[in-house]
Write a protein that binds this ligand. Sequence first.
Ligand code: ADP
Ligand SMILES: N[C@@H](CCOP(=O)(O)O)C(=O)O
Length: 318
Amino acid sequence: MAVYTHLGAEDLAQLIAHYDVGRLLSFKGIAEGVSNSNWLLETTQGRFILTMYERRIETDDLPFFLGLLDHLSAANCPVPRTIHDCDGAAYRMVDGKAVALIEFLPGLSPSTPTEAQARSVGAALGQMHRAAQDYPNTRNSTLEPQDTLEILDQCGTDALAGIDPALPDILPIGARIVADWPEHLPGSIIHSDLFPDNVLMLGDEVTGMIDFYFAATGAMAYDLAVTHAAWCFDDTGEACDPALGAALIAGYESLRPLSDEERAALPLLAQGACLRFIASRAQDWLETPEDALVRRKDPMDFLRRLEFYRANGQSAFA
Ligand SMILES: Nc1ncnc2c1ncn2[C@@H]1O[C@H](COP(=O)(O)OP(=O)(O)O)[C@@H](O)[C@H]1O
Ligand SMILES: N[C@@H](CCOP(=O)(O)O)C(=O)O
């Protein structure tokens, strides 16, 4: 489920009246997603996505996230633009919560990506990194390897072992990743969470990259490593498909070639990416009540990926 707040027809019609988007004809809540409430709105002028920010997002960060969408879409990246209200504001407050109206983009998120799709998503990521170079705003990530290790430390060995007896192994492994973490790789604004469910596609074409709410200033090669970990394995992280990885990287390099230093760092960056998703998933696992209507994601899916990157080193990216 991803509609945490009830908004009725009258609430939505009243809200829409603040925008130049015509009259509300119909709406429905969107089931996908876990962090925010989303509705698909149909008005006399077309379709729009309404997002209400519920968890993990600071309202103070919204100008950064929403301005980034406008910056990237103006540079022809496949990213939805935000619809500003009649006063020019990118977001409004409803009952104390921030809401934004966002362009609807067509497309479906692939559940079993093909090589052609992995290549396209790599190219879209490279295009985004280049276009974001001159975005004037910055944001520090709150999920650097050190932060994610602290999250796991706070979960504690016993609680981690309660999720899976092998999970506490991540603590010493994570400490080594943090100690070896490369600094000074070329940076831009990075998406940081470009999983298949955050990409919309029509056939092999990327029609939308969405959910930029972990975007931050960071190393571009780290973003590529996150995308590799998210796209090139089966769901449980047991099997990596090297052809998907090769296609993803080739697509990326068609827009932005990697330096030797970035290429050499990929195995460690990918381990750091896995550490980040193990941490947020473990934290959610422990904090989400058993009877909540949100499907908990298994941190072990990313411990398996991490083991793969440790065992295969550079050949994971051959
Ligand atoms: N701009 C958009 N165009 C079309 N569909 C969208 C758009 N933004 C979000 N969606 C739909 O809403 C779902 C949840 O959005 P998302 O931003 O990923 O939410 P969450 O942050 O809760 O994960 C997506 O899977 C997609 O189906
Ligand atoms: N992609 C992350 C979860 C982040 O959730 P999102 O719905 O906001 O993309 C994971 O798989 O752990």
